[in-house]
Ligand binder design. Structure first.
Ligand code: FPP
Length: 250
């Protein structure tokens, strides 16, 4: 994008960034605060990161906010997170809508209470024609669950085995129609995938930082994007330079 405040050639700006917002609990613990305080600080940071994403000219942002495994956390924390989701919709929806953000949900809505579910559906409906930024919120999301659900529906739809292709499976995922993430960012230093976009991130570049999510600021976001811009994406092939070299040697 010509007016992007990034020092990166436009073709090197990722189209889709996905983020594992990790480290809220440790951020809180290091300040002697309850874990939910960490999630609240993480939510504040999310607002800043969404704004920066729009400013950087990135088209798709996917955030991992509540996994299918997070139900196993203490009830107080689970309730705190559900409360945060409702508050965010109540307080931020209009501003996000005005900024041209389209909200989408990936995961299963069925396990959420009827009130939250209604709010999420309302937010999706209100923003469905916005196109400045597509924000996928992974809530009650798990990569394996997503693939199992896709297989179930492929079978129920009576798709013959020979028609099951890479592209067809992608169409049955929650992210249907969304390009695969170019870059996955994980905060707080853990080196694992944690069941996040396991199909879609097959060839994504990763950026892992020790910074806890509430402290992941715009400068560090910019560094992540610059690091990404310096990578050569090979998709399992050889580098273009190597290929050129082997041609001239032939
Ligand atoms: C991981 O940190 C973070 C989460 C499980 C929750 C992330 C959720 C938010 C930032 C809430 C806002 C999102 C929306 C869309 C309303 P952790 O608790 O695993 O941290 P730890 O590894 O240090 O314990």
């Amino acid at each position: 994008m010509a007016d992007s405040p990034l020092n990166i050639p436009p073709e090197k700006i990722p189209q889709h960034v996905a983020i594992i917002m990790d480290g809220n609990g440790r951020w809180a613990l290091s300040r002697g605060l309850p874990r939910v305080a960490g999630h609240k600080a993480g939510t504040e940071n999310l607002r800043r990161v969404i704004r920066a994403t729009v400013e950087f000219g990135i088209k798709y942002l996917t955030i991992y906010a509540f996994s299918t495994e997070n139900w196993g956390r203490p009830a107080e924390e689970v309730q705190g997170l559900m409360g945060i989701l409702q508050d965010v919709i109540d307080r931020e929806l209009n501003e996000l809508h005005q900024e041209g953000v389209q909200l989408r949900h990936i995961g299963r809505l069925d396990r959420l209470g009827p009130k939250i579910k209604a709010k999420v559906l309302k937010a999706i409906e209100l923003t469905k024609n916005n196109d400045r930024l597509i924000l996928n919120v992974a809530w009650n999301y798990g990569g394996r669950d997503e693939i199992v659900y896709a297989i179930e529906r492929i079978i129920k739809d009576g798709i013959p085995a020979e028609e099951v292709t890479d592209q067809l499976v992608s169409k049955y995922l929650f992210t249907a129609g969304v390009p695969d993430p170019d870059l996955v960012i994980r905060t707080s230093g853990e080196l694992r995938v944690s069941n996040f976009l396991i199909w879609q991130a097959a060839y994504s570049e990763w950026y892992v930082t020790p910074t806890y999510w509430p402290d992941f600021d715009k400068d560090e976001y910019r560094r992540a994007l610059e690091t990404y811009a310096g990578r050569e994406r090979r998709y399992g092939k050889v580098s273009s330079e190597e290929l050129e070299g082997s041609k001239s040697n032939a």
